[in-house]
Design a protein. Structure first.
Length: 190
């Protein structure tokens, strides 16, 4: 299933109809519950891709101040859970967060998933922070871009993901990994 769905189709009904063992996006409530307790068969693809990127780059989450901007069920909430399970100290920010820049400037690892081009500016980022841009937007010129003002923030960040070519690639990779895992599990049941 690809979200968002047309307005006349209930995403909750479609998600509930997918057998949890075939839910390679990890959207089904049963799979979400398993993620919450750290005992999962699948991880949501985008947050899993972010965690794989951090691991591959040797960025240890343990003990770090982690800030996630966005509270969606697809990225924000599961991202926070995975960072927490990796022993990060996690703050979730959203549209009602007061003094957002004060919160984001504390982040050793900042993940933005708000869907607003150029939303995260250099003044919102701590010197040396790791900045993960999950956003996929179009700017005024119609060019694909992320939530982060890449040019300005890259001057302060110790590591930053580009858009395109960053997290999106990892999302697809993790979807394929989950699909193979589901197929292998199904074959093992026969």
């Amino acid at each position: 299933m690809q979200l968002p769905l047309p307005a006349h189709i209930s995403p909750d009904a479609v998600i509930a109809a997918i057998p949890p063992e075939k839910d390679v996006d990890a959207f089904h409530p049963e799979n979400v519950g398993h993620i919450m307790i750290g005992d999962y068969r699948f991880l949501p693809c985008t947050p899993a891709g972010v965690m794989k990127m951090l691991e591959t780059e040797g960025i240890d989450v343990s003990g770090k101040e982690c800030v996630v901007i966005g509270r969606s069920n697809i990225v924000g909430k599961p991202m926070a859970m995975l960072l927490l399970q990796a022993n990060g100290t996690v703050t979730i920010c959203h549209s009602r967060t007061k003094n957002l820049a004060e919160v984001t400037r504390r982040a050793d690892i900042l993940v933005s998933a708000v869907g607003r081009a150029g939303f995260v500016t250099a003044d919102m980022v701590k010197e040396g922070a790791v900045v993960i841009d999950v956003g996929m937007n179009r700017n005024a010129e119609g060019k694909l871009c992320g939530d982060v003002d890449f040019a300005a923030v890259s001057e302060k960040a110790s590591a930053i993901t580009p858009v395109p070519g960053g997290v999106g690639v990892m999302t697809i990779t993790m979807l394929l990994e989950n699909t193979v895992r589901a197929a292998e599990a199904a074959a093992g049941k026969r």
